[in-house]
Every structure is written in structure tokens, then in C-alpha cells.
Design a protein around this ligand. Structure first.
Ligand code: ATP
Length: 138
């Protein structure tokens, strides 16, 4: 079966949404393969967000991702990459549909950076790359 990398971002951890995010993943029937609370360093995050390198928000994004612990998880299941992105909802918390993680738990605080509670890999290639980066032993 397919695997994806899920992160509960520092806003989600701070606001106590770790259990809720894991609950939704398990309720959907996906399997948790690895779960770890991590303090990500700059090098890891620069690699994680390599595809955004040079974009105006990437510096603030990396700072935000270092502002507290993140929960990193490898999640497994048939079509889980697409399935988790569907659970997560749209990137913009205001637009994300109610019923989704972002629609229910994230909101737009009017800051420049989008704080949206979770990350999920966006394709098979990035999933493989991100899992190897966050969980090299897997
Ligand atoms: P993720 O990759 O975290 O699951 P995503 O695929 O919905 O989210 P991307 O376009 O890959 O969104 O952007 C990665 C992250 O960068 C977003 O989740 C958000 O936190 C931040 N971000 C994206 N676009 C912007 C923007 N225009 N301004 C500020 N922050 C942004």
C-alpha cells in the first residue's frame, strides 16, 4: 500500500490538535506506521520545502516550522496521499471546507504566513522523498 508523510505543524501541536488529527486518520481506516514528536532543524526544513526555495514566504514558513515541536507521522493505506489531502482540505483555512482538518481546526489570523495545522505529501515522489528525510530508518 501507499505511504505519505503527515506533519502536525507547530500551530496544531500548540493548540492541542495532535489527538484530533490522528483520530481522523485512524477513523478513516489508515494505518500509522511511525509517529514522532520532533524539533525540526533548519537543514531538515530547507530540504523538506526545497520545492518552495526562492518563494517569498519560505523564510517565514521555515521560522514558523521551527517555532515549536511538530508531530511527524508516516501513514499507510490505499491512495492515502490523495486521501489525506482530502481529509486536510484546502491550503487556505478560510476556503477549506467544514468537515476537513483545516476547515474545522485552522483559521486565517490575518498574518502573512498561512498557518494551517497540517502538512501532507502532494504526490508519490514527494512522499518517498519526505519519508526518507524525516524517517531515514524506515
Ligand atoms: P502542505 O504542503 O503543507 O501540505 P499545501 O500543499 O496545501 O500544504 P503548499 O503550496 O505546498 O501547500 O505550501 C506549503 C505551505 O506553505 C502551506 O501549507 C502554507 O503553510 C505555506 N504557504 C503556501 N503558500 C503560501 C503563501 N502564499 N503565503 C504564505 N504561506 C504560504
Amino acid at each position: 500500500p501507499q505511504r505519505t508523510l503527515v506533519l502536525v505543524k507547530p500551530d496544531g501541536v500548540r493548540r492541542g490538535h495532535v489527538g484530533e488529527v490522528l483520530r481522523r486518520i485512524e477513523a478513516k481506516g489508515y494505518t500509522l506506521v511511525a509517529v514522532e514528536l520532533r524539533h525540526a532543524d533548519e537543514a531538515l526544513l530547507a530540504e523538506h520545502y526545497a520545492e518552495h526555495a526562492g518563494k517569498p514566504f519560505v523564510g517565514a514558513l521555515v521560522d514558523f516550522m521551527r517555532s515549536g515541536p511538530v508531530l511527524a507521522a508516516v501513514v499507510e493505506g490505499h491512495r492515502v496521499i490523495e486521501g489525506f489531502r482530502s481529509l486536510a482540505g484546502a491550503t487556505d483555512p478560510t476556503v477549506a471546507a467544514p468537515g476537513t482538518i483545516r476547515g474545522d481546526l485552522a483559521r486565517d489570523w490575518g498574518t502573512k504566513l498561512i498557518e494551517n495545522v497540517v502538512h501532507g505529501s502532494d504526490g508519490e515522489e514527494s512522499a518517498a522523498r519526505e519519508i526518507a528525510l524525516w524517517f531515514p530508518a524506515l
